[in-house]
Design a protein around this ligand. Structure first.
Ligand code: NAP
Length: 289
């Protein structure tokens, strides 16, 4: 790798081939847009809803963005998506395992009695609790495994980042937050995802594939509409300093920047890293971080 301090070279993602699951909406769409608008050769966006994916392609408006219907909880779907990309691009440099769901919420008002807590939390069907783990953690594992062959090909074929392809999972500050915000299952599923990526970073060393984690704080997306209303009914987007030191929710640039950092030469030395982008929220909440 030649030495450079130029921003346009250091943060460059020119020519990379990327897959972003959940790339049709919210944070996935912002990340797909950042890659596409900064020279990626191909950005495959995966999700279950065709219309959402097509709309995302229209929004970004660049030919390099390719929609692929795929349910990440279905191994056959994952296999088909990987097979399509193998025939279309032959390799990938970057997998962003970003698909995720929130809940089940089971919100209990402060000061509730033990009986009220039991009543609310016990009525959540166990399947709903487990489904959050299924999408947020189990599916991240199987998504990674499905694309390992293409990431390996990426290392062989591309000079990108000096030959270290990478998987990044969108986890959450929920994996460190000891306060329940999006339900018991959400935070604990994200803690599992964060740990999964650390284990994968170690496991994949012999194969020269890196694994890193993005941990966003609160960003307005479909996933957080209710959460933001509950926490701050007064003014969407603006928060008291005791809740979010930056006094605002995350904006597209707040996830695009960290993603471009990890995806480019700038972040090429990161492996097993966790990049938190939360406006300081973990600093004002009980957390394990
Ligand atoms: N917004 C935040 O404040 C925040 C904070 C921390 C972490 N996150 C994480 O960021 C990620 C993206 O969430 P978001 O906030 O951008 O919300 P979002 O707009 O609801 O995005 C979630 C995406 O995941 C996809 N998805 C869900 N289940 C799927 C499945 N079974 N197969 C394939 N795709 C699936 C959805 O597409 P389809 O429904 O079309 O399949 C959707 O595009 C999630 O992992 C979330 O936990 C968000």
């Amino acid at each position: 790798m030649g030495q450079t301090s130029q921003v346009n070279l250091l943060f460059n993602v020119n020519g990379i081939v990327a897959v972003v699951t959940g790339g049709g909406s919210g944070l996935g769409l912002f990340m797909a847009q950042a890659l596409a608008e900064n020279g990626a050769k191909r950005v495959y966006i995966l999700g279950r809803r065709k219309q959402v994916l097509d709309d995302a392609v229209g929004k970004i408006g660049l030919d390099c963005v390719i929609p692929l219907e795929c349910d990440v909880t279905d191994r056959q779907n994952l296999r088909s998506a990987a097979a399509f990309i193998a025939s279309d691009a032959a390799y990938i440099d970057l997998l962003v395992a970003n698909s995720g769901i929130a809940g089940p919420s089971g919100n209990v008002a402060q000061g509730s009695s033990i009986a009220e807590i039991q009543e609310t939390l016990f009525t959540i069907p166990m399947e709903d609790f487990t489904n959050t783990y299924h999408v947020n953690c189990t599916a991240v594992f199987y998504t990674t495994i499905a694309f390992l062959g293409l990431l390996d090909e990426g290392n062989k074929r591309s000079a990108y980042q000096g030959g270290r392809s990478q998987v990044i999972a969108t986890s959450s500050i929920g994996s460190f937050n000891r306060k329940i915000t999006a339900g018991f299952a959400y935070g604990t599923s994200k803690a599992a995802t964060t740990m999964l990526m650390k284990i994968l970073a170690t496991y994949l060393v012999p194969y020269r594939i890196r694994a890193n984690v993005l941990c966003p704080g609160l960003f307005p997306t479909d996933l957080t509409t209710t959460l933001i209303k509950d926490q701050n009914p007064a003014e969407e987007g603006s928060f008291p300093v005791e809740q979010i030191p930056a006094e605002r929710a995350g904006q597209p640039e707040d996830i695009m920047g960290p993603l471009l950092y990890l995806a480019s030469r700038a972040g090429a030395y990161c492996n097993g890293s966790c990049v938190i982008t939360d406006g300081g929220r973990l600093s004002v909440t009980p957390a394990t971080y």
